[in-house]
Design a protein around this ligand. Structure first.
Ligand code: ATP
Ligand code: MG
Length: 367
């Protein structure tokens, strides 16, 4: 798929923009603070109905404006698609092919994007929350049911945490309602974990190949899902739910004491291994970056596998963060198959050699 046209109104520092993109590589060149990342962010927001940079939609609206509008014309294998999003104080309104959708889950996943920013190079070493977010964002685009379960899980988790706080502060003594919430949470949790395991397995199968290529077969990359559950990979969602519930009941006193839910997919993590050594602990910075790059590139393939089409790729300032060998791998992988948007202060020799007929946009002060 590719994004053919993008219209922006009052989005960050773009008052009014109407841009036609190349289905291949689009290069956004400009000095600092001109709007390169803002434009990538706009594409991300068009796809995901939320930003990767902020949870506050208000920040996306141009200074002194009441609303922001984004509209994209997308070409997919199945035909053209129009996505529209309006952000205002009242919240967000989304339209798919000119028809308003009440649920975001009917909107997200129509345009598939993968974003790769310098922060992602820290995926391996960063906090567990970033790795969970990474799986959730990518997988939600592929699987609408996953997105649905995840948002329900978050709602029930909030309710349960609040109730645990009430029990902790002895505002209530009734544990019956906690039972109900525990059951709901465990049931959703099992479904989420089963899907994450499936997704990671697929991601690993591609990442392993890519990582071996980048390291000239010197390194083998493996991933593992870390949850306090036994042999999770061999279990069904139902079995995992039962086990979660059992564990929740076992640690109930502790959860009430701490006033929060201590087990479930919101606490899980992913571990990365190179030749059987944990990269988070033993990996060099270069190894961690290569692992992160392999995983990002693997995501592109997984999305293709799952949706039948390549997603679009947003690369924010990453070329300058990678050495020549990794840049070459990245650019060769996307060549001729993935529509790419790449921000940079200027193209280096490797990029000039490898990117065929880039469409170049010079960005200055939101224009
Ligand atoms: P760099 O090369 O430093 O990453 P960039 O071109 O990627 O720069 P952006 O992050 O796209 O820069 O744009 C930053 C500019 O956008 C800043 O000058 C900032 O003041 C402006 N900006 C951010 N949010 C808004 C907003 N809501 N309304 C208007 N302008 C905004
Ligand atoms: Mg930027």
């Amino acid at each position: 798929m590719y994004l053919k046209e993008l219209q922006l109104k009052n989005f960050r520092n773009y008052n009014e923009a109407n841009i036609t993109f190349s289905p291949a590589v689009n290069v956004l060149i400009g000095e600092n603070a001109q709007g390169k990342t803002n434009l990538l962010e706009a594409i991300y927001v068009l796809a995901m109905a939320s930003s990767h940079r902020t949870a506050k939609d208000k920040e996306l609206i141009g200074f002194n404006q009441q609303y922001a509008q984004l509209k994209g014309e997308i070409i997919r294998r199945l035909g053209p698609l129009t996505l529209e999003l309006e952000l205002s104080k009242k919240g967000k309104k989304v339209k798919v092919n000119h028809i308003e959708r009440a649920k975001l889950s009917e909107y997200i996943g129509q345009l598939n994007v993968i974003l790769f920013a310098p922060e992602d190079l820290a995926l391996v070493k960063g906090a567990p929350a970033e790795r969970r977010r990474f799986i959730d964002m990518e997988f939600s685009q592929i699987d609408g049911l996953y997105l649905h379960d995840l948002s329900q899980y978050r709602t029930v988790l909030r309710q349960r945490n609040k109730y645990l706080k009430d029990l902790q502060l002895q505002k209530t003594k009734d544990q019956l309602y906690l039972d109900v919430l525990s059951e709901q949470l465990a049931s959703l949790g099992g479904k989420i974990i089963v899907k994450r395991l499936e997704y990671l397995q697929e991601l690993e199968s591609y990442a392993r190949i890519l990582h071996a290529e980048i390291t000239q077969k010197k390194e083998t990359l493996t991933l593992s899902y870390e949850a306090p559950l036994r042999d999770a990979t061999t279990k069904t969602a139902m079995q995992l739910s039962n086990e979660l519930l059992q564990k929740m009941n076992d640690i109930r006193k502790k959860e009430i004491f701490q006033g929060t839910t201590l087990i479930g997919p919101h606490r899980d993590d992913i571990k990365f291994f190179i030749n059987d050594n944990n990269v988070q602990i033993y990996g060099s910075q270069g190894q961690q970056r290569t692992a992160a790059l392999s995983i990002k590139l693997a995501e592109i393939e997984v999305m293709k596998e799952q949706t039948g089409e390549y997603p679009i790729l947003l690369l924010d300032d990453v070329l300058s963060e990678l050495d020549g060998n990794r840049q070459t791998h990245l650019l060769k992988t996307i060549q001729d198959k993935v529509q790419t948007f790449l921000t940079t202060p200027g193209l280096n020799d490797i990029a000039r050699q490898l990117i065929k007929e880039p469409k170049i946009f010079n960005i200055h002060a939101g224009e």
